[in-house]
Design a protein. Structure first.
Length: 56
């Protein structure tokens, strides 16, 4: 019983950590994009975010 609870809570924490990491990453990337508004950079950033999201 306790083991099952521990597994589910660990899974929940890792899921929350993953979404938190994504949130931090996306806010960092958007701040970088607002600083450097060149089109090539934002295309690169979009590709990077897309590849990261596909890995999850």
């Amino acid at each position: 019983m306790l083991l099952k609870f521990g597994q589910s809570s660990t899974r929940m924490v890792s899921r929350e950590g993953k979404s938190l990491g994504l949130h931090i990453l996306l806010s960092f990337l958007t701040s970088v994009n607002t600083i450097d508004l060149s089109l090539g950079k934002s295309v690169c950033t979009a590709r990077l975010v897309n590849s990261l999201l596909n890995r999850l």
